[in-house]
Design a protein around this ligand. Sequence first.
Ligand SMILES: [Zn+2]
Length: 279
Amino acid sequence: MGGSGQGRQVGATSTGGPGGQTDQIEHRGRGVRLLGAAGASAAAFHLLPSALALGTWTSLRRAPGGLCHWRLARAESGSDGERGRSIALTFDDGPSEDSTPHILDRLDRLGLSATFFCLGSMVDCSPELVGEIARRGHSIATHGYSHEPHLLRSPLWVTRDLAAAKGSMATAGAGVRWFRPPYGVVSGTTILASRRLGMGIVLWSAWGREWADPEPRAVAERICRRLEPGAIVLLHDADSTSPPGTWKVTFEALGHIADEIHARGLETVSVDALADSPA
Ligand SMILES: [Zn+2]
């Protein structure tokens, strides 16, 4: 069967004589190579940006072309030329009525400011919390609408998710200029869609991993080891994608983190501090 089909195919291409047959075979070979190259390019466009997550473990502040940020820029340096003392605390996966108000109270008492990367799906459930976060002096950004890794979703899905997130935030009264992709997973479409919607991509340089560690002091120590000027710290103000009660670990860890921030003479600023940073 396969052999007879192949035979008919060769016969059909041999009408132009031996030279024509060779041309047809070369032409097909080029076609297959072009298709293969196009497929490889599409795969690279989709997959390679995920390597940006590795920037967390370097000392880089931003990717070339400003594709994403892992740290605050040196624009935060003091006018005397010393390195800046600023860091950015960030909270993902909220807001939630069950936990975000407690985190806000905790930040007030500890004298810390933060940026909240809100999920559009959570904002739709508690839109008033967006205003409350802003009234307490914190910044609002978005973490997407749903919480799905972009590499496992189609370009159309990613584009619609980001647009829906920005829409939910706008309905709640917040314009957003920063986006953090779920799980820190960046695809080619993540970059294109966020740019089209006027949002920069922010990852992080230190994380608590509190969803996997119930010990607040261990969570704090994990962050404090990477608590250098310019650090962007990832924590969570809701359990929407974590085991129940995870936010309480964050709540307790914040006390230890605040002690270290104050002991080192650091100050917390919003991620918006990135906006005017140099290339
Ligand atoms: Zn998340």
